[in-house]
Write a protein that binds this ligand. Structure first.
Ligand SMILES: [Zn+2]
Length: 60
């Protein structure tokens, strides 16, 4: 199962690597500030069976 996710910051477009673990829950939400532009990014990760999916959007 993939736990490393590559996403683009919805503000500045910077590529960000995030790691999430299915042990922490099949649905997780987390807000983390972008290291480059410091804007809050909302991460929504879903684990279902062998599939994992990460969605990002602006948290403000
Ligand atoms: Zn950014």
């Amino acid at each position: 199962m993939e736990t490393n996710f590559s996403v683009q910051c919805p503000y500045c477009g910077e590529q960000i690597w995030m790691e999430f673990y299915p042990e922490d829950g099949s649905q997780q939400e987390m807000i983390v500030d972008c290291e480059v532009c410091c804007n809050p990014i909302l991460y929504e990760v879903t684990f279902k069976g062998e599939e994992s999916n990460l969605r990002v959007e602006r948290a403000q």
